[in-house]
Design a protein around this ligand. Structure first.
Ligand SMILES: [Cu+2]
Length: 75
């Protein structure tokens, strides 16, 4: 996820990878204080303003082993 600083970001989380036996996943960007919970096979819109530039991890706060991503905010 790459955005410019000051952008309002609307992300949609869709956890639906086959083989997961859990019913919910997290979508967290700790640096932005975001920690949402999304139902497996469901979706959730997450909106925030990218006010800090840098590279920030995105992860599943419920299952630390699950692959996340990165938020890159360009200055
Ligand atoms: Cu998870």
């Amino acid at each position: 996820l790459v955005v410019k600083k000051g952008t309002t970001v609307e992300a949609e989380a869709h956890p639906q990878r086959a083989g997961w036996t859990v019913t919910q996943h997290g979508f967290a960007i700790p640096a932005y204080g975001i920690a949402e919970v999304v139902d497996q096979n469901g979706s959730k819109s997450i909106e925030f303003k990218a006010e800090k530039d840098g590279i920030f991890p995105i992860n599943c706060q419920l299952h630390p082993a699950h692959v996340g991503g990165e938020l890159v905010v360009l200055p």
